[in-house]
Write a protein that binds this ligand. Structure first.
Ligand code: BTN
Length: 343
């Protein structure tokens, strides 16, 4: 997550090829860059200005040229596949996954949903460096920093229908938290229904979309967005309090290998999805509650119609619904936004 640009198509394919030239962190003269991509120097300067408005920090020095202050480890399908093969060895196998990485798309989830109209997207992982129309839950926008976020979607087919899949987004939250922990990020928590948080700050989000018959089969598109390195300038424009993985780990973005992280996330997701297909949400409910940062806390739940309900979080039920306690009374909720209430 997440900040919104006036013009979200700031990074053109040309911008990406310039950034790739600069990704060694060294100075490159405007002349050299122009020659490499077949543009004028003035156009190079304009494209790099656009890259700056996409959140990338550039240094310009007269006589030396341009250099990227923080060099993104660009996503690379080959590197993800290699890391996935290592994951399969560690796990003693795993389902077949097809990995595709693109520089730019409207939304990885929208693209997989479009493809699902025509063909099977089960096991297809689609990651984008930059989304021009990233979507969040409840119709919100999800934008990310080129080179500083992880935005991907995974297609998955289930024999069952929407009812069985009610707890899927929570199980996906468990998978993401497990993968982040396995990669050394400590203190990752969940916030109902499926925000990934750290000390009450949002570090990632999950968007699940389901297509199919009520009784099945169903095709799901599971979209995951994570903040890896969010520049301070970007955070002030975001409506909800956020953090990023580099702050959580207390290390620079350079140390976080997004290709490896992506492989670890999809390997864990695939394992969780295979188990979910057999057993549903119930085997994940206890772990989900354990990871829930609001478990046992007094909260206010904002319902989709704008009404609010106060209560203490008793947990989630076997279908993933939030259970709030008000004295001896218990009430279940299927959607809404929770916020902590001072006791
Ligand atoms: C949320 O609102 O918390 C969910 C955000 C989900 C964002 C991800 S980024 C990859 C995928 N493509 C999208 O357009 N959205 C999801």
């Amino acid at each position: 997550m997440a900040y919104t640009h006036e013009d979200k198509s700031v990074l053109t394919p040309l911008g990406f090829s310039l950034l790739r030239q600069l990704s060694d962190g060294a100075f490159h003269s405007g002349e050299d860059l122009a020659a490499q991509v077949g543009l004028t120097r003035a156009r190079v300067s304009q494209v790099l200005k656009d890259a700056e408005s996409a959140g990338l920090a550039l240094e310009r020095i007269k006589g030396r040229g341009y250099r990227l202050l923080e060099t993104p480890d660009f996503l690379d399908a080959k590197a993800v596949r290699t890391a996935l093969a290592e994951q399969a060895v560690l796990r003693g196998g795993g389902p077949r996954l097809t990995v595709e990485v693109v520089d730019q798309l409207d939304s990885t989830s929208s693209e997989l949903l479009r493809r699902a109209q025509k063909r099977d997207v089960h096991g297809v992982v689609l990651a984008a460096e930059w989304q021009t129309a990233g979507r969040g839950r409840r119709g919100r926008t999800w934008t990310a920093i080129a080179g500083g976020s992880l935005t991907f979607s995974l297609g998955w087919g289930f024999e069952q229908g929407a009812g069985f899949l009610a707890g899927l987004s929570l199980a996906v939250g468990v998978a993401v938290a497990r993968a982040l922990e396995a990669e050394g990020f400590r203190g990752i928590g969940l916030k109902w229904p499926n925000d990934i948080i750290h000390r009450h700050l949002k570090v990632g989000g999950i968007l699940i979309e389901v297509n199919g018959d009520a009784l099945g089969p169903s095709t799901t598109v599971i979209g995951v967005g994570l903040n890896v390195r969010l520049p301070a300038s970007a955070r002030k424009d975001i409506a909800v309090p956020v953090t990023d993985l580099s702050s959580i780990a207390g290390r620079g973005a350079k140390d976080i290998d997004r290709n490896r992280l992506l492989a670890c996330l999809v390997a864990e997701l695939a394992a969780v999805l295979e188990q979910y297909a057999k057993e549903g949400f119930s085997p994940f409910a206890a772990e989900w509650q354990h990871r829930h940062a609001y478990q046992g806390k007094p909260v206010t739940l904002l319902l989709p119609d704008g009404a609010t309900v106060a209560g203490k979080v008793a947990g989630v039920d076997a279908s993933g619904a939030l259970v709030l306690a008000d004295g001896p009374r218990r009430a279940r909720f299927l959607s809404g936004e929770i916020s902590l209430r001072r006791a």
